[in-house]
Design a protein around this ligand. Structure first.
Ligand SMILES: NC(=O)c1ccc[n+]([C@@H]2O[C@H](COP(=O)([O-])OP(=O)(O)OC[C@H]3O[C@@H](n4cnc5c(N)ncnc54)[C@H](O)[C@@H]3O)[C@@H](O)[C@H]2O)c1
Length: 337
C-alpha cells in the first residue's frame, strides 16, 4: 500500500483526508505545527482521533523548518505527498500577511524541495478558488486566466501554483494543484461562516451577513472533497509530447507534468438560502446583522468541476442541506450545546 505524507493533518481538510486514506488502507504520516490561528484543542482532538489508527504517525513541526521537514520526509519515504498545511483564511490575511508569506511561500518551498529530493510519484498541493479573484466569467474553469487576486492569501496561493509549475518542469515532478471551493462539514474551522453562524445562533447572538446577503458560494462538503483528492492521487499528470495532445478543458501544462483541478460542488448557493437551511437545521431563527462587503471579499464563487469528473469519474454531490445537518449534529455533540 502507498505511503502518503500529508501536511496539515491537525487541520480541517487534512484530518478528513487522513481518515479516509487510513480507512482505505494507506500508511499515513502527518505533519502539523498545530498553530494557534484557531482553537488548538480542536486540532489536538483531530490528531488524537487519527492516532487511534495503527497506520498513522505524526510529527509536530513547522513547514518553515527546512532541515526538519527534509529529515521527516526522508525517514518516512513517502510515495506521494499531499500538502495542505497553510496559513488559511481570506480575512486574516489583511491583519497578518507575514504569516501567509512564511507558511505558504517558505513552507511550500520546503515541501517542494523534499518532494524533488525524494522523487515522489506525485505531489498534490492545495490552492484555492480565491485565485480566481476578480474573474466574473462563471462557473470558474481552470483553463481561464486567473491574474487578479484580491487578497494576499490568494496571492500566496497563486505564487504556489507558479512555483510548483517550475519544479514540475525542471525536475519532471508530477504535480497537481487543487483549487478548493468553500469547504464545510463536521470538525470544521471556527473561523468559517457555518461554524460562526451555528455557534452564534445557539447562543442567541446576531450573525454578521456581509454584502447584505447578496453573496453566493459553491459550498463543498468535506467528505466529497477528500474523496476527490483520494481519486486524484492516481491521476498522475504526464508531460505531453506536444500541446496538441492536451484535451479540451484539461489544464495540463504543455511543458510540464502539471495540472490544476477545481474541487467544488458546481452549485452556486445564495448566502441567504444557506442561512435559511441553518435555521431549519437548528429550529432557530437567526438575528441578522446586515453588513457591507468586506475588503478583499468576492461576491460569488462557482466551480466548473468537469475536469475532476473527466479525470476521476467523480463528482461531489452532497446537497447543502444534508451537509449542514451533518455539521449541526457534530457541533451539538462536540460542544454539548
Ligand atoms: N477550508 C476551505 O474552505 C479551503 C478553501 C480553499 C483552500 N483551502 C486550503 O486547503 C488547505 C487546508 O485548509 P483547512 O481548511 O484544512 O485549514 P486549517 O487551518 O484547518 O488547516 C491547516 C493546518 O495547517 C497547519 N499549519 C499552518 N501553518 C503551518 C506551518 N507554517 N507549519 C506547519 N503547519 C502549519 C495548521 O496548524 C492547521 O492544522 C489550506 O492550504 C487552505 O489554504 C481551504
Amino acid at each position: 500500500m502507498k505511503r502518503i505524507l500529508i501536511t496539515g493533518t491537525a487541520g480541517f481538510i487534512g484530518f478528513h483526508l487522513a481518515k479516509l486514506l487510513l480507512d482505505e488502507g494507506f500508511v499515513v504520516h502527518g505533519i502539523d505545527a498545530i498553530t494557534d490561528y484557531y482553537d488548538v484543542t480542536l486540532k489536538r482532538r483531530r490528531h488524537q482521533m487519527l492516532l487511534q489508527s495503527p497506520g498513522f504517525t505524526a510529527t509536530e513541526c513547522w513547514l518553515e523548518e527546512a532541515d526538519r521537514i527534509g529529515e521527516v520526509a526522508r525517514k518516512f519515504a513517502p510515495d506521494v505527498i499531499v500538502h495542505l498545511a497553510a496559513q488559511a483564511g481570506v480575512r486574516y490575511s489583511l491583519e497578518n500577511p507575514r504569516a501567509y508569506l512564511d507558511s505558504n511561500i517558505i513552507g511550500t518551498f520546503n515541501i517542494m524541495e523534499a518532494a524533488r529530493e525524494l522523487g515522489v510519484e506525485h505531489l498534490l498541493m492545495a490552492s484555492t478558488s480565491s485565485v480566481y479573484g476578480a474573474n466574473e466569467d462563471m462557473p470558474f474553469s481552470e483553463t481561464e486566466k486567473a491574474d487578479t487576486q484580491l487578497t494576499f492569501y490568494a496571492a500566496t496561493k497563486k505564487a504556489n501554483e507558479a512555483m510548483a509549475h517550475s519544479y514540475a518542469h525542471l525536475w519532471n515532478l508530477p504535480t497537481t494543484m487543487f483549487r478548493f471551493f468553500t469547504v464545510y462539514g463536521p470538525w470544521g474551522r471556527p473561523d468559517l461562516a457555518l461554524f460562526k453562524f451555528v455557534d452564534a445562533m445557539l447562543d442567541g447572538r446576531p450573525i454578521d451577513i456581509y454584502n447584505h446577503g447578496d453573496m453566493y458560494r459553491d459550498f463543498t462538503y468535506v467528505e466529497d472533497l477528500v474523496r476527490g483528492i483520494c481519486l486524484l492521487i492516481d491521476a498522475v499528470p504526464v508531460r505531453p509530447e506536444s500541446a496538441d495532445d492536451i484535451e479540451a478543458g484539461d489544464s495540463l501544462s504543455p511543458v510540464a507534468p502539471y495540472r490544476i483541478v477545481n474541487i467544488g460542488n458546481s452549485e452556486k448557493v445564495r448566502l441567504l438560502d444557506f442561512i435559511e437551511a441553518i435555521e431549519e437545521a437548528l429550529g432557530i431563527e437567526a438575528k441578522r446583522n446586515y453588513m457591507d462587503m468586506q475588503t478583499g471579499d468576492v461576491p460569488a464563487t462557482w466551480a466548473d468541476a468537469s475536469l475532476l469528473k473527466n479525470l476521476t469519474g467523480y463528482q461531489p454531490q452532497t446537497d447543502v442541506r444534508d451537509g449542514i445537518d451533518q455539521f449541526v449534529a457534530w457541533f451539538r455533540d462536540y460542544y454539548g450545546k
